[in-house]
Design a protein around this ligand. Structure first.
Ligand code: FE
Ligand code: FE
Ligand code: MG
Length: 164
């Protein structure tokens, strides 16, 4: 932890850490939901869906890594037990119960929309106060916006195909 790096944060660092740890729990749960979804998904265009789900899983894990690095940089501690993910999460975990590709995609779209809200709110709260966290949240938000669009396009393609 760098002292000057923390001094320039012009808001309560514990609040930043709280926001980051909540997002950290979200990222792990999103990672797992995608990872598992890619294993069980079934139905039309399954291969395209699997490729997209795996790509997104990897992105969510990378986000968890980015967020953890910032938490540690600010002198905090990332949530240490998976049991605590459910105490911290904003977006929760949507267990895949129906493996049909449209259903899996819909669940993950819902998750992405929640993630977009989470990072959009973080950006608003730390704006002009913590530039590094702002930049981190902005980078992740760009990915989440892309994720939502990817999944919605795929769902649209599958729906068009099924209605023929
Ligand atoms: Fe993410
Ligand atoms: Fe995402
Ligand atoms: Mg994608």
């Amino acid at each position: 932890m760098g002292t000057r790096g923390i001094e320039i944060v012009n808001m309560d660092v514990n609040r930043v850490l709280e926001l980051l740890n909540r997002a950290f729990a979200d990222e792990w749960l999103a990672y797992y939901q995608y990872w598992l979804g890619a294993k069980v998904v079934a139905g039309p265009m399954k291969e395209a869906a699997i490729a997209e789900l795996i790509e997104h899983a990897n992105d969510e894990l990378r986000h968890a890594d980015m967020v953890a690095n910032r938490i540690i940089q600010l002198g905090g501690e990332p949530v240490m037990s998976p049991k605590m993910w459910f105490d911290f999460t904003n977006c929760g975990y949507d267990q895949p119960s129906d493996y049909f590709v449209k259903k899996i995609l819909e669940q993950n779209i819902k998750g992405e929309q929640c993630a977009i809200n989470v990072y959009n709110d973080i950006i608003k709260e730390v704006s002009q106060k913590d530039h590094v966290t702002y930049n981190l949240a902005l980078q992740i938000l760009e990915d989440e916006v892309e994720h939502e669009e990817d999944l919605q396009s795929l769902l649209e393609d599958i729906s068009v195909m099924l209605n023929k």
